[in-house]
Design a protein around this ligand. Sequence first.
Ligand code: HEM
Length: 472
Amino acid sequence: MALELNDMQGLLIRGFGNLQGAQYVLLNFSDAVQAKGYLKELFPLITPANEKPTDHALQVAFTYEGISFLQMPVEGLESFSREFREGMTDTHRQFVLGDSGDNDPKNWEWGSPDKDVIHMLLMVFSENNETLVEKLKTEKDRADKYGVNVLHSLPSGFLQNHKEHFGFRDDISRPIIEELVDNPEKITGITFPAGEFIMGYKNLYDEFSPAPKLPKEYDKNDLLPLCPEEPGLKDFGKNGTYLIFRQLEQDVFTFWEFLKNQSKSEEEAIKIASKMVGRWPDGSPLTLCPVKNDPELSISNNFGFWEEDKAGLKCPIGSHIRRTNPRDHLVTEKTKKDSAEMASKHRMIRKGRPYGNPVTDDLNPVDLMSLSKDDEKRGLHFICLVTDIRRQFEFVQNNWVNFHKFGGLDHDADPIIGNHFQNSEVITDEFSIPDYPVKRKIKNLPNFTITKGGSYFFIPGLKAIQFLANHE
Ligand code: HEM
């Protein structure tokens, strides 16, 4: 089925990488009629997926509270997934996501229940930071006109060479959407049916992904398509998806200080850090070049773990990339294909951007190691898109990132983003590096990354936005 790009927001298929300036604006409505007026005015400015903007783009997403505030009928509200309805800080979800201790929502800057309720996320992208300032001013004036409150404005920006703040190349491994491939012969990785990431299309189970819907009598202007398998219902989800947003603060000084203390040389510190990530700072994967980075392989993503590195001697089992995408190494007693199939059901499309000033411009690890602590806040505005929050994002966070027994380990969580602690039942602050003849165990890992805010959003298709703006 061809993708309806003209009814989709652009973020679903591109990252607007050519638009360097970005700001994520968290909004709260004060009046439903005014909020709908605001959406009506904003609607023609939202960038659809069939346009590739060269100067600026606007995208919108809503929380469950926002959609409810816009008077979505109860049947429609109830048809959203439980995770979305409950929200990221619900007690059970907090447990699933590992948001305890340092990561407890009570310490968050936004998104926790004791803070102002977020209704909408406005994503403003612009060519550069200068032009972004003008766009933001226009958007602030528009919000003011309709009594829409700006709760937080979160600036983001790319770092040199696609790096994240710890100094590693990011944004290499991405699931490829089958329906967007023009020339299948050129594709080396596995492709995914659109329904894994966009509602209204078939997913890996050959089913339409679960999506919000509502009885057709509510759609008085006949804006929404019919549900493909339930013709009495209108498909509110078509061409939309869930957007997960987490503000993850990175403590760059502590990260490199800790690694220096574990090592006899800078070279060794970089090697351990790379073992934690699963790639060298330039992006080349340890599985393909375990001894030294290879610039030729810096964006290489065509590898598995089972044949190349079953025991994790090259890329540790507990490394960040092996936990977040175990590829073919998971099911040891079955075939490699079973594992690859299983892992593929838990993928996400990452769209985040770093925030805060980098410690140095080129983020060379040797320089990062020699600097002293500063007071600047920096991190990653982690954003990912999935049609099933539970099966995709929460599963990865719960069963792979934070699970201390992942892959036969005992006391480890993800070394980069895991919640590291010790209590009477669990220890999660170790990192095991398989080696021959003896493995190495690094203990007492502090938390290098701390959650500072977050929320689940729904990024609707364009007809669904029109429905929200117009129905009474
Ligand atoms: C500050 C926080 C984070 C940092 C610094 C970080 C860093 C990285 C880096 C350097 C890579 C390797 C480059 C690539 O393969 O694209 C990577 C890959 C990845 N990360 Fe993260 N990450 C962070 C948070 C997260 C979170 C919260 C998740 C989801 C729970 C996540 C999921 C992934 C996935 C799925 C991959 C690709 C793995 C693969 O397919 O090989 N990351 N990350």
